[in-house]
Design a protein around this ligand. Structure first.
Ligand code: GDP
Ligand code: CA
Length: 332
């Protein structure tokens, strides 16, 4: 098989672990002779978590991918930059600017300042991401789902009062403890996919849904007007990887999001939520964890060809094996 053109839909940390594995697999199977790969990997990244804070545009999922692919992320903490300090954040808090519970590291702030400066020069987010990415040999192309500001908001009741919180406030300040009544994509009406999205999907040999949050990562990407249609127009097979293993969200609080949209926290329910491509859904294939092998037969019978393989992304090698299985499922 010649080097494929692969498009991945991804959120932040889960998406980054998967894409690192995919990149490693591609480097092995389709090496370019210089440590990289001749496979073309385009990652369409969730921008629903983006926000303006302390005068800066912050793009959490794009940064998770950028840092992890550059190898400068904090693997122990699971987010942000390695070797980080928080002196600037301390000053902002002393002035009462920003959110005291939303830590912005000093190195991370460098990225936010650079991004904001480029946006203020009039560059669309896609171009800004390209500029920031050029600093490191990422080996993949990062594309925001949209250049428009579409932010995920969460409708909750707090202290008896109906409130609409930015996703990051719900996630970080309340630790998703307040029941989410509904998610809304504020600003979606006038949004469209970033210019590179539809062409990448049209030219793809395979499309992969990373094991990212199905609601506020993959769901948000698909919620950008026109994006779902662009995805369904691809002639390439669409293969998903379950972010749910044995009824658990593995890391994080995806169960709180799934609950809000009435989907059970299981590999079976999330697979059915995405749906069979053959009947109007997205999936031509679905990978579940070994421990969820019991659901494979039912899903396959219902038009979602499924396979059970180890899905724990313990390290790049484990993630590379998952990526290899996803590509193998696409071949069949
Ligand atoms: P975020 O934007 O940083 O929250 O990251 P993503 O949306 O990309 O991914 C978060 C999701 O990844 C979590 O909700 C988990 O369900 C899933 N996840 C995390 N670690 C693993 C893993 O090792 N294996 C699998 N299959 N899923 C995982
Ligand atoms: Ca996210």
């Amino acid at each position: 098989m010649p080097a494929p053109r692969i498009v991945v839909l991804a959120g932040g940390v889960g998406g980054a672990k998967f894409v690192r594995g995919l990149r490693q697999h591609c480097r092995t199977v389709w090496p370019d002779g210089q440590g990289g790969t001749t496979a073309l990997i385009t990652v369409v990244v969730n921008t629903g978590d983006d926000l303006w804070l302390a005068g800066l545009r912050i793009t959490p999922d794009l940064d998770s991918l950028l840092y992890a692919l550059a190898g400068v992320n904090d693997t122990a903490r699971g987010w942000g930059r390695a070797g980080e300090s928080e002196r600037v954040s301390g000053e902002l808090t002393a002035y009462g600017v920003g959110w005291p519970w939303f830590t912005l590291g000093d190195l991370d702030l460098g990225t936010h300042i650079a991004r904001t400066a480029l946006l203020k020069q009039g560059l669309p987010l896609s171009a800004v991401v390209e500029r920031l990415s050029a600093r490191w040999p990422l080996g993949v192309r990062l594309v925001p789902a949209t250049d428009d500001e579409v932010e995920t908001h969460v409708l909750v009741h707090e202290d008896g009062e109906a409130r609409e919180l930015h996703f990051e406030e719900w996630w970080v300040r309340t630790r998703a403890k307040l029941a989410a009544e509904r998610f809304v994509q504020a600003g979606a009406e006038s949004a469209q996919p970033a210019p590179a999205v539809a062409p990448a999907l049209a030219a793809a040999d395979v499309v992969l849904l990373a094991p990212s949050n199905p609601v506020v990562s993959i769901g948000t990407i698909l919620g950008v007007p026109g994006l779902r249609d662009a995805l369904l127009a691809t002639p390439a097979p669409i293969i998903g990887v379950s972010p749910i293993i044995g009824g658990s969200a593995v890391r994080g609080m995806a169960d709180a999001c799934l609950k809000a949209i009435g989907v059970a926290t299981s590999a079976d329910a999330v697979g059915r939520h995405y749906g069979a491509r053959s009947s109007g859904g997205l999936l031509d294939g679905w990978l579940v964890d070994r421990s969820d092998a019991a659901v494979v037969e039912g899903l396959t019978a219902d038009g979602i060809p499924s396979r059970a393989v180890p899905l724990w992304m313990h390290d790049d090698t484990a993630s590379a094996a998952i990526a290899a299985e996803a590509l193998a499922l696409a071949e069949r």
